[in-house]
Design a protein around this ligand. Structure first.
Ligand SMILES: [Zn+2]
Length: 459
């Protein structure tokens, strides 16, 4: 077996790994590289292999940095099956369509600018027309069921505990066993199960997003949110929570449902204002097989993602009507980094009032509006206008869906037996990967490699 590490090498985006077994090629993941436009265009449009030679793809989960370049792969000749769990298929379908729409809109704007400058138009990486070819290739596999995509090659998907449907991928050939973590989740998070712990693994390919960091614990989140809401009630605040449409929004809903049942949300309406988040929540309802015991019990009794006082906002006019309402109220809206979507309008209408609150609930990439708010900017630009930031900005760090340094280290520890020969760290900036690598080497005495772009290994 040969592995060529291509994407998410010493970075956290564009996951892509090429495997060769008995002269047949297959991919783990085909993620979109997200970054500055020109760099992203170059990386996403270049495959260092012929797409038509790829037999199949296995997908760990639906995040766009793991599946978002699939339409481009099919556009360039790939026609094989894409194996993933049923929940991953449903969420990935929504996210890939969303990604195509965003690209179409971006290029429409870009091409207007290019026309003014006398430049020829450019094509997006893919459009909605290209998405159908991908959706029909999805082939679903349940957790814990072994399938054999090539003679002698056994593959199994286990729950990664990261987002709904997320998987750890085990590949067995001959007497060798390789485990790919995908994005590894955390223990005791709401809705989904804890990450599966494998055994008898020879090689581990492990993500290292937060390899050198420690997360706030999830336990304190309920009280943190409760305190903010109590404060918001006194000040009649609009509480704006920018949130990722997948998992973060649903986790917030389950937390708010508990607060409602405990009487904290009396006279505080909650609005979910993101069409994508609403659609993704429907996918959650359709996949109770992915729920942990607590959520499954709730599901048997009713809807885990609804409670009196919660409203999913259907359309733009209803979204705009929220601007004229007075607080207290909670608006959960996308995008999670405040870079687009309906949340930008809510920010425009609430950012200037010191009684309002903005609760940041996740990682904010450099250069995004969310990051600027988090860093305490006094004035920010939204759609070419400048706004004073008077609303209180809070960071709630305990909601991360990724394992932290301790979780990753403990995961490797749990796999360490006489078989584990080597760990490859991917999907992490070099500092994070190095921190984890040093810890694994010194404390577990294991061989660790941090592959670079096109590092090739034979195992
Ligand atoms: Zn992910």
């Amino acid at each position: 077996m040969e592995i060529t590490f291509i994407g998410a090498t010493r970075t956290v985006t564009g996951s892509l790994h090429l495997f060769e077994y008995n002269n047949k090629k297959f991919l783990l993941e085909c993620g979109l590289y997200q970054g500055h436009r020109e760099e992203a265009e170059r990386i996403n449009s270049t495959f260092p292999f012929k797409p038509r030679e790829i037999e199949f793809v296995i997908l760990s989960h639906a995040h766009i940095d793991h599946c978002g370049n699939l339409p481009n792969l099919t556009k360039r000749g790939f026609t094989g099956p894409i194996y993933c769990t049923p929940a991953t298929k449903d969420i990935a379908s929504l996210l890939i369509m969303d990604s195509a729409r965003i690209q179409e809109a971006d290029f429409e704007y870009l091409n207007k600018q290019r026309k003014k400058a006398g430049l020829p138009p450019k094509e997006p990486l893919y459009t909605l027309n290209d998405v159908d070819d991908v959706l029909k290739e999805f082939s679903t596999v349940n957790y814990n069921e072994t399938f054999e995509p090539l003679p002698g090659l056994k593959c199994t998907l286990f729950d990664a505990g990261h987002i709904l449907g997320s998987s750890i991928i085990q590949i067995e050939a001959g007497n060798k066993s390789i485990l790919f973590s995908g994005d590894l989740g955390r223990k005791d998070m709401p809705i989904i199960n804890d990450p599966y712990v494998a055994s008898d693994i020879d090689y581990l390919i492990l993500e290292s997003t937060y390899g050198g960091r420690k997360h706030q614990s999830f336990d304190g989140i309920y009280n943190e949110l409760k305190q903010l809401i109590e404060e918001g009630k006194k000040k009649h605040s609009k509480i704006i929570i920018p949130a990722f449409a997948v998992e973060r929004t649903q986790v917030l809903i389950t937390l708010l449902k508990r607060l409602y049942e405990d009487g904290i949300l009396k006279n505080v309406p909650v609005y979910i204002d993101s069409p994508l988040a609403t659609n993704v929540t429907d996918v959650f309802r359709n996949h109770p097989e992915c729920f942990d015991e607590e959520t499954y019990d709730l599901f048997k009794k009713g809807d885990p993602f609804n409670f009196p006082g919660l409203r999913y906002i259907p359309d733009v006019p209803a979204s705009k009507r929220l601007n004229d309402r007075t607080g207290p109220m909670i608006i959960i809206s996308a995008s999670g980094m405040c870079e687009g979507g309906r949340v930008t309008h809510h920010l425009i209408h609430s950012i200037g009032d010191r009684n309002n609150m903005i609760i940041i609930t996740g990682f904010q990439a450099r250069g995004t509006l969310g990051r600027k708010l988090l860093e305490g900017a006094n004035r920010v630009s939204i759609f070419h206008d400048r706004y004073d930031v008077r609303a209180k900005v809070y960071f709630m760090g305990g909601l991360s869906a990724h394992a932290d340094g301790d979780d990753l280290f403990n995961y490797v520890s749990s796999l360490k037996d006489n078989r584990l020969k080597k760990v490859f760290l991917v999907h992490g900036e070099i500092d994070e990967a190095m921190a984890l690598s040093e810890r694994i080497k010194s404390r577990l005495n294991l061989d660790v490699d941090i592959p670079q772009y096109l590092t090739r290994v034979t195992i």
